[in-house]
Each structure stands twice: as C-alpha cells, then as structure tokens.
Design a protein around this ligand. Structure first.
Ligand SMILES: *Cc1c(COP(=O)(O)O)cnc(C)c1O
Length: 453
C-alpha cells in the first residue's frame, strides 16, 4: 500500500516541477496514480477528464491496449541501443512510416527526444546548411512575435514569449522578430487585411536582410503556447512564397499541431505548404514515450553528405536518440491512425467541439474563442466590449483551472487563455462534459471576482 501522506510530504521535499512555482503546488498538490482512456485518477481515487491531453501529447487515451502491447513486445527484443553510427529496426520502420505521412518533399528523419531538442536540431541544421554551401553570411533566424519552440537556449532564442524568456535575455542569440498576424484586439477588423499587413512587414524584413537570414520558424496554422492564436487563412502559404522568393529556409514546428491535432495529419496540409525542415514530437508516440523528430528535404540532407574529410558532418546527437521502445510504440500509434480512421474522426470531433464551444460565447467574461481542430483557446477578459484584460496579478486563468480540477477536469492555462486540447479519442459525450465543466468554472471564478470588487 502506498502511504498517501508520506508520498505527498516526499513530493514537497524532493520534487521541483517544470513551469511551476512550487508554493502553488504546495497549496494545491495533485499526484496522479493511474489513467484509463481519457480519465486520470489521483492517489485519493478522484477522477479527472484529461482536458489537455497530458500537456498536448495524448491521442488514443491512456492504457491503450495496442500501445501497451507494442512496448511489451519490443521489450522482449531490446529496450535501447545507440543510434550513433548504427541503426535499429523500429527506428528504420518508423522513419519509413513518417516519410509516407509527411509532406512530399520531406525525405529524411533525424531523431531526438523532445520538442525542444527537435527544434534545437532544426536551428543547427539550417545554420550549418548554409555554411556547408559556402554562404557563410546566412546565419540569422526570423521568428514571429509570441512564437514558442521549447525551452532550451536555442529554442528560446528563436522564441518570443516574454514571460518565459525575459530573464534569459543575455544568454540567447538574437533573432529577427516579425509580427504574428493576431486577429483578436487588432484595430484592423478584416482578416485578409491583417494577413496582408503582416506579410508585407515580413517581405520588408526578407528584402532588406535575406543575404544574412538562414531561416524563419513558424508554428503552422495555430500558435500554441504563445496564446493559442490562429493564423488568418493564406498567411502560412504567403510565408512559404516569401521564403522561395528570397531563398530562405522554412522551418515548420509541428510539435503541437502534428498528428491530427488540427484535423489533418499535419497543419501545413491545410495550405499545401512544403517545408524545408519540419519538427514533430508531442503526439508521435500517442503520448507514451519521449520521441521527437527533425525531418528534412533531400536537398538539406545532401548539403551534409560527403567524405568525412570534407567536414560537413552534422555533429549532434542525444543518448536516447532513436530509442527502440519509443519507436515501437510510435509505429503502433500510426497503425491505430489507419485502423480507427483517426483523422476522419478528428475532423468530425472538431466540428462538434466548435458547436459546443458556442455555449461559452455568451459568458460575460469570455472575450474570444480560438480553435484549430482539437486545439482550442478560450480567452477570459475583464471587459468583453473593450477586450480589456484582467490584471495579471489576479491569475484568473489559473483560478479557473483550479476550479475545473475541483469539478473533475484537468488543463493548464496560458495566462488568461484556457487551453482545451482533449485527446483525439475523446467521445462527444466526454467533450460535452468538459465544455460544461469549463463553463461552470469560468462562471464561478469570474462572478466571484465581480462580487469581490
Ligand atoms: C511543446 C512545444 C515545443 C517543445 O516541446 P517539448 O517536448 O516540451 O520540449 C516546441 N514547439 C512547440 C510548437 C510546442 O508546442
């Protein structure tokens, strides 16, 4: 038997949780013990709907039989051997599968173990690509305001979330910021106008600096941790066209949007975009094990190809790169995509979510609802008419998610934006229940705030 009190005390004494002020954890601790389908259970037996897919990872629910079995089967062969200078069976098979499902020009798979590492690798590849071609001035990166690409130094250098990145200013290399075409609160009311305005600013940057720009990084269709912001239609395609015109590499970060999250296998498919480098992670193993990939065109690969003495080798690798257990479960994951027609299902569920979220629209403090497939953000505001935000110190988003936890659903906010990102396997009934919990919780905390004023 686990002694709950001892476990709780031990967690407070020894753990340091990511992206967490530990006094928050001490006040409102949560220890998960098990999961089944889209339900998580804590050590006290309380159940929660997994409204954020265990931080945007989970696809088919927890303890999916086929995934559990794929790991057990692989364990009978080997858990891990290195990919440095040697291949392994599931890593090869998974690479083949990934090339089959990714955009046509993508031909090569480089493994790592988290979204941030896959981005770090993309940055180094793009940088070295131009060095290897003898274009030594092309060293800079362009990023969009509020982009998020992970938390390692390279990834934050091409990221732009002030709250997360401010303190590390002098540690980061400088990148060029271009405006993200934000729709909410934009004085321009027309989406096409907002798109064209952002593209024209990007064109100016490319025009003036293309001989020193290696690449631009974008989160396609939906900007995630920077606030769940949807790109206006045609923006992503516009970025691709500018990249081609000015000979700049297009790095597309599909870590959050990949594997059906936006209703298609990859978000770039919505606008028929062909990236030069693409990163993917979160959903790749169905949310089971840390596997990530940086995928490239053959053209990128060829710039590194040659005899050792030519010094073109990509000197980068991680201990657990290509881990067999992870690759085996990823393969089983994609088998389920085929067997259960996950993409078709996801597109249908996205429509259902859209209609359910309508019920939140009329709430007094819901300022905006943004959605791409099963990736949604609900922004809470003090004043719905003006879009005036709550004072950050009130932590209204955090309070709302604590209230949701109380009512049996888990998610994490991004500031005052509620994230709703349920596993693709969620049923309509579960989706409806989660939206109901969100509505009740938002009402409870925003109305409480009001009466306290
Ligand atoms: C989550 C995320 C990352 C970082 O992935 P980790 O596995 O947490 O390192 C990178 N890019 C995007 C778009 C993400 O959403």
């Amino acid at each position: 038997m686990i002694n709950n009190q001892a476990l709780l005390d031990s967690s407070k004494n020894h753990l340091w949780l990511p992206f967490t002020q530990m006094t928050d954890y001490e006040r409102d601790p949560l220890i998960i013990e098990s999961g089944e389908g889209i339900i998580l259970k804590d050590i006290n037996g309380k159940e929660y709907l997994d409204g954020y897919s265990s931080l945007w990872l989970n696809v088919h629910g927890h303890r999916k039989k086929e995934l559990d079995e794929a790991i057990k089967k692989q364990l009978e062969l080997i858990a891990h051997s290195t990919l440095l200078g040697a291949a392994n069976v599931p890593a090869i098979q998974l690479a083949e599968k990934l090339i089959e499902i990714t955009p046509e020009k993508i031909r090569r798979v480089f493994y790592s173990d988290s979204g941030a590492t896959s981005v770090e690798i993309a940055v180094k590849m793009a940088y070295q690509y131009w060095q290897n071609l003898g274009k030594e001035r092309k060293k800079k990166f362009v990023t969009l305001s509020n982009n998020y690409h992970g938390d390692t130094i390279g990834a934050i250098s091409i990221g732009n979330v002030d709250l997360f990145h401010r303190v590390y200013g002098s540690l980061m290399f400088e990148s060029i910021k271009a405006p993200f075409p934000l729709v909410y609160r934009n004085p321009l009311k027309d989406e096409q106008e907002i798109r064209d305005c952002a593209l024209s600013e990007l064109r100016t940057i490319f025009h003036d600096h293309h001989d020193e720009i290696a690449a631009i990084t974008v989160e396609p269709l939906m900007q995630g941790a920077g606030g769940m912001n949807v790109m206006p239609k045609g923006y992503l395609k516009g970025v691709e066209e500018l990249c081609r015109e000015f000979n700049i590499l297009l790095i597309v970060d599909e870590v959050a949007t990949g594997f059906g999250r936006t209703g298609k296998m990859f978000a770039v498919e919505h606008e028929d975009v062909q990236p030069d480098i693409m990163t993917a992670a979160k959903g790749i193993t169905g949310g089971y094990l840390p596997i990530a990939v940086t995928l490239t065109t053959e053209e990128i690969y060829e710039a590194f190809y040659g005899e050792y003495e030519e010094m073109k080798t990509f000197f980068h690798g991680h201990s657990y790169t290509g881990n067999q257990l992870g690759c085996a479960v990823a393969l089983a994951n994609f088998k389920i995509y085929d067997e259960e027609k996950i993409l078709e299902q996801a597109a249908k569920k996205a429509e259902f979510i859209k209609s359910e979220l309508e019920t939140l629209k009329h709430l007094a403090h819901v300022g905006d609802i943004r959605q791409a497939g099963l990736m949604c953000g609900i922004e809470l505001v003090q004043n719905k008419d003006t879009g005036e935000a709550y004072p950050w110190i009130e932590r209204i988003g955090y309070k709302a998610t604590l209230e949701m936890r109380e009512r049996g659903m888990l998610t994490r906010p991004l500031g005052d934006v509620m994230v709703f990102m349920p596993p693709l396997a969620s049923t309509e009934e579960q989706i409806r229940k989660m939206v109901e919990i969100m509505a009740d919780s938002i009402k409870a905390v925003t109305e409480k705030e009001k009466s306290a004023v």
